[in-house]
Design a protein around this ligand. Structure first.
Ligand code: ADP
Ligand code: MG
Length: 728
């Protein structure tokens, strides 16, 4: 048989639990020392690696070769510590600790571990979650899920104390972190996280440091020792602070003794009152978080049904007293704050997986959730749930997730939020961004993922950058394309990014990259994509076969001259060709408008023969081959040409070398042929009579007028819109 376990991978202490298959009750699996919690400390000594109380004591005494509190650095690539010439990242160290836990669980239970659920603080960002996942995989654990610590605690509490419509505030004060979460107990055993907040740098260690300061003051008054000058004495006080703190949770005052190197034995009195007075501001900081959280949830203090204490630091009596003052009731004492998280994870480990939910909130101002399910209702009396299967956990996104985009007015970069904070997860949402491609550019779009809901992108965490490649340039829409970006926040709180172009049903290639060091460009106004027209090289080839005699050619010449009149010759050069049995270049690329008009007017019917034996595309290609800028050829045809197949092939060659082609026809022209020689359907124009040619050229003029938008590439004044999501 194999078992599924839950692991609370804490900053200071870790624990493992499983649902005992005999009893169906979640229980902690003790470590080799018979203890229910294991210090998250590793000691490297004489080529050996030690865990447990030995490592903890060594660390507390300031011994070298110890690694602790590495959880705070999860997700950072840097070396956390170098011991004995070997370097370790926080992820390596977590992995070693998890391996230790895995081994003792298997030894203690005599079972192989099938799957594990690992807990992380609710406010952990995607990178930290990913690092945790990898650490567990490296330790040889098959990770079923990563869940949030407060949710795990609420699960273990809820099992025995289910109350429909109850709002449970989970107050988790650990060794290095503080986390507060509002969880709603719905009907049918569903736990829903409502809002969560936390402070990465507030925890028991801060209380230790304050106590250390108090003790140093007292001992130096008593002994005259200058602790600045005596590192050994300082280490002694540092080593005792945590123990003294814990003692003060049990008794209100006592005598603390120490033996200092250059002084000898000394003792001072310490009282809980003194300790509490010296740390009250820390406690108030946690209170401010609670009030902010309640505000954000849109409820009142009185709507909080119960306060659940989690984390070893909540054993300090001041915590309960302070929270009782705020909430008008004593916090619950039903769960063991050291064990609740691991027990809840064990419950989750025995349950099924959740399904994706669609984005169902309304987002106002692009960053605030305005509509939330009303979760106030009559709180039903407490009852025991009948089994593990009945608890369903609905976790939420602790942070909003967006991407860097240009504001609608084009003046600045903003955080365009795709998934708001505090939304049930797993969730998938997509937005459409308008993106301009260029004909020759490599057409890559950069996605900078943001976690956080500050509008200024640089005030958020930027965990990843992605590059989207393979975006197709479509000249018929002047390179204006829609790129849909889809974010998936999975059940583990890990992010996946996908992209699609226009209505395509396949994903573009999305590659994750390191976020560049210098991203200061996003604090400056976006570069304006200048409306300056791009240089245009234009060839106009007109059919001068016999069928054009008289009015048709006169109309064609008139239409061409009108068209030339409208072109801006500061940026344009035009060439004129006559084509029938041969092709003759009447005027090479010229930037003189009058010269081009004269050339058009000089064209005569039959000047290159009266049949249509050839096509002009070879000449067009060789004329434009080495030109810079936009290249465009208009071929005006009347009737059917003898070698249309050759013309089509040659036209394709032109297109392949970056020349856009347009076939204009009238009278007896072959419409399909016009399409075949045009680089896109919009460029193929058929009109009934020659008198309508002016209109045909007008259409081309319009599409050429947009030439300024062809180049550039990049996000334009983004009008991002929510769009339908797709299956990954
Ligand atoms: P984490 O989840 O961050 O690993 P824990 O929830 O295990 O942390 O809590 C560890 C913290 O709780 C430490 O700072 C420890 O000193 C503190 N702690 C444990 N027991 C007590 C106690 N009886 N009184 C005061 N603080 C305690
Ligand atoms: Mg904890």
């Amino acid at each position: 048989m194999s078992i599924s376990i839950g692991i609370d991978l804490g900053t200071t202490y870790s624990a493992a639990a499983y649902v005992n298959p005999q009893t169906g009750i979640p229980e902690i699996i003790p470590n080799p020392e018979g203890k229910k919690i294991t210090p998250s400390v590793i000691q490297f000594i004489n080529g050996k690696i030690l865990f447990g109380s030995e490592a903890e004591e060594a660390f507390n005494e300031g011994a070298s070769g110890c690694a602790a509190t590495f959880k705070r650095s999860m997700g950072t690539d840097g070396i956390y510590c170098t011991i004995g010439g070997k370097s370790y990242t926080a992820e390596n160290l977590s992995s070693m600790l998890l391996k230790y836990i895995k081994d003792y669980v298997e030894a203690e239970t005599g079972e192989k571990i099938k799957e594990a659920v690992i807990t992380v603080p609710a406010y952990f960002y995607a990178v930290e979650r990913e690092a945790t996942l990898r650490a567990a995989q490296d330790a040889g654990l098959n990770v079923k899920k990563i869940i949030d610590e407060p949710n795990a605690a609420a699960m273990s509490y809820g099992l025995n104390h289910w109350r429909e419509n109850a709002n449970i505030l989970v107050y988790d004060l650990g060794g290095g972190t503080f986390d507060v979460t509002l969880i709603h107990m719905q009907g049918n055993g569903e736990l829903q996280t409502v809002v969560t907040r936390g402070d990465h740098f507030l925890g028991g260690r801060d209380w230790d440091n304050r106590l250390q300061d108090i003790l140093i003051r007292k001992f130096s008054d008593e002994t005259g020792i200058d602790f600045h000058d005596e590192p050994e004495s300082l280490r002694i006080v540092r080593g005792m602070s945590e123990r003294v703190k814990k003692q003060l949770s049990r008794i209100t005052s006592f005598e603390v003794s120490a033996d200092f190197p250059n002084y000898g034995k000394a003792s001072v009195d310490i009282s809980r009152d003194e300790f509490e007075a010296g740390t009250s501001d820390l406690l108030r900081r946690t209170g401010d978080f609670c009030r902010g959280l309640i505000d954000e949830a849109g409820i009142k203090i009185k709507d909080v049904t119960d306060v659940l204490l989690v984390g070893g630091s909540t054993r300090m009596p001041a915590v309960s007293n302070y929270l009782a003052e705020i909430f008008g009731k004593k916090p619950l004492a039903h769960v063991n704050p050291d064990e609740a998280v691991a027990l809840g994870a064990a419950i989750q480990a025995t349950k099924g997986n959740e399904e994706y939910v669609g984005l169902s909130v309304i987002v106002k101002d692009n960053h605030k959730v305005t509509e939330r399910k009303n979760f106030l209702g009559l709180v039903k009396p407490e009852r025991k749930l009948t089994g593990l299967e009945v608890i369903t956990l609905r976790e939420t996104t602790a942070h909003a997730m967006g991407m860097i985009a240009v504001s609608q007015d084009g003046t600045r970069y903003i955080n365009d939020i795709i998934i708001p904070a505090n939304h049930p997860r797993p969730v998938r949402a997509a937005k459409a961004f308008s993106f301009r491609t260029s004909l020759r550019g490599n057409n890559e779009m950069e996605i900078y993922v943001l976690q956080g809901d500050k509008i200024n992108p640089l005030e958020n965490l930027i965990p990843f950058k992605y590059t989207v490649t393979g975006i197709e340039h479509k000249s018929e829409i002047k390179g204006r394309t829609i790129i849909k970006v889809q974010y998936t926040y999975d059940t583990n709180g890990i992010i996946k990014v996908e992209a699609r172009q226009d209505n395509s049903t396949s994903n573009l290639t999305v590659t994750r990259e390191h976020v560049p060091e210098d991203i200061s460009k996003f604090s400056r106004p976006p570069e304006k994509i200048e409306a300056k027209p791009q240089n245009l090289n234009l060839v106009m080839a007109v059919d001068v076969s016999g069928s054009m005699i008289g009015k048709p050619l006169d109309d064609a010449k008139q239409a061409m001259c009108d068209f030339i009149e409208k072109l801006d010759f500061d940026y344009t050069r035009a060439a004129i060709m006559a084509v029938s049995d041969r092709t003759e270049t009447v005027c090479l690329l010229s930037s003189s408008k009058s010269r081009c008009i004269r050339a058009v007017n000089s064209i005569e019917c039959g000047q290159t023969g009266y049949e249509n034996e050839t096509h002009p595309f070879n000449e067009i290609e060789s004329l434009l081959a080495n030109e810079e800028g936009r290249k465009f050829a208009i071929v005006l045809a009347d009737g059917v040409w003898q070698r249309q197949d050759k013309a089509v092939k040659a036209a394709r060659m032109c297109n392949n070398s970056g020349i856009e082609t347009s076939g204009i026809g009238f009278g007896h022209a072959d419409e399909k042929f016009l399409h075949d020689i045009s680089s896109n359907d919009a460029n193929a124009i058929f009109v009934q009579g020659s008198e309508d040619l002016g209109r045909a050229f007008g259409t081309i003029a319009q599409s050429l007028g947009g030439s300024s938008e062809i180049d550039g590439g990049g996000l334009t004044g983004l009008q991002a819109q929510d769009v339908q999501t797709w299956e990954s």
